[in-house]
Write a protein of this length. Structure first.
Length: 408
């Protein structure tokens, strides 16, 4: 891997990858293994640190240190990849040029767009202030996730509110997982019966796949959690420790006072990406407009996208990227060689739902919203006690040692 600040005003590469997150590095690793030589492959990423974000739920639940989620970016970008340590600012897909924040440019024959997702903390009134107030937090930030655990550990009575926004977000199960980990902790501490737990969900049910929804209904009943379906937080009053919840089905609003609040911001493609021709036309979230099976842009065939910034109608999870990355890498190589695109993405995604510190429901599904189990012998349709180590140990090990090296 070579690294440079963009002193040259313009460079050209056969393949340019935007983003040093899970999707960008996984694809870059596969392209290197597929024969794209050094100098022909560039990765644009300004950050020095890469995060394994699924671990932040366990950080918030007191089961892992936040430091375990971080690695130096330079150790993960594959050898031979030209690391452009700059931020993408715009894309001109007609001229095949990425414009960088520094004013430099990177032109390409093929482009892979994987900049991740934007957290819009200030889209709702008071949310940005709320998460930095004494009684609220969010696991969607590495600086806030440790605070979540401090709040959970210190609570002995009162009302705890957990909210989730209505539009697509990364790891849609995370807003529920932390509620279950908190409830499990309070049960173990003997104070669960003194704590009212309210979960605010924008969906009409616990989960989009019925078999998993039924399992989660049992989890909610076990902990005595009140669920507000078809609802979302729309306004925050941190000084009063109050959140306004809208019931979108009934057209009503309710003020909920809290002693602990865990909330999740609305999310979208980065603003600069929303402003390009690559975004879905007239979309408020601005995700890259790709074919859901090929992950190729529907109007610009030189462009591919995957991960959280893509428009595919599936859950935005690391497991989805694990199945998308080989498709994108194969299609980039095929298109450069003039071959027909042969790979196919079926919408596979997976959400390891931690329902207690020693229990997990591994929800695997695809575009059909039917279960799509990949682990032989093991019944993945039920909550199990023997998977505590799966989320904490096995998944991170597979991530760092296989997925980030283009091997899984």
């Amino acid at each position: 891997m070579s690294s440079h600040s963009p002193a040259a005003r313009r460079t050209h590469h056969r393949v340019v990858v935007i983003g040093g997150g899970t999707a960008g590095i996984a694809v870059a690793a596969r392209l290197r293994r597929g024969g794209i030589d050094g100098g022909d492959l560039a990765l644009i990423e300004p950050s020095d640190t890469h995060y394994y974000q699924p671990l932040w739920t366990l950080v918030g639940g007191g089961l892992a240190p936040v430091e375990a989620s971080a690695r130096p970016m330079g150790r993960l970008i594959p050898a031979g990849v030209d690391w452009i340590r700059d931020a993408a600012a715009s894309i001109d897909p007609r001229e095949r040029v990425v414009h960088l924040a520094s004013g430099a440019q990177a032109s390409y024959d093929r482009l892979v767009v994987a900049p991740g997702i934007q957290l819009n903390w200030d889209e709702l009134s008071g949310m940005g202030e709320a998460v930095h107030s004494p009684r609220a937090s969010s696991n969607y930030s590495p600086t806030l996730a440790p605070k979540t655990w401090e709040l959970i550990r210190g609570m002995r009575e009162g009302t705890a509110v957990f909210t989730m926004p209505a539009n697509p977000i990364k790891c849609a199960g995370a807003p529920q997982k932390i509620a279950y980990l908190a409830a499990d902790h309070w049960r173990r501490e003997g104070v669960l019966d003194r704590i009212r737990i309210v979960m605010v969900l924008p969906t009409p049910g616990m989960f989009g796949v019925p078999v998993f929804a039924r399992e989660l209904e049992r989890v909610v009943e076990r902990y005595g959690i009140e669920v507000r379906f078809n609802s979302e937080a729309v306004e925050f009053h941190p000084d009063a420790q109050e959140v306004i919840v809208a019931d979108n089905a009934a057209g009503t609003k309710e003020a909920l006072a809290y002693d602990l609040l865990h909330t999740v911001p609305r999310q979208s493609a980065p603003d600069w990406l929303r402003a390009t021709e690559l975004a879905v036309p007239d979309s408020p979230t601005g995700y890259v407009d790709v074919d859901k099976h090929t992950l190729r842009h529907v109007r610009f065939p030189e462009v591919f996208a995957l991960g959280d910034a893509g428009s595919t109608p599936n859950s935005k999870t690391g497991a989805a990227i694990r199945k998308q990355a080989p498709v994108v890498a194969a299609h980039v190589l095929d298109s450069l060689a003039g071959r027909d695109l042969g790979a196919h993405y079926d919408g596979y995604a997976s959400c390891p739902l931690t329902t207690a510190r020693d229990r997990l429901l591994l929800a695997e599904f695809d575009y059909t919203l039917e279960p799509h189990p990949t682990l032989p012998v093991i019944d993945t349709l039920r909550e199990r006690r023997d998977r505590g180590v799966f989320k904490r140990r096995l998944l991170p090990a597979m991530y760092w040692n296989a997925m980030m090296r283009g091997r899984a």
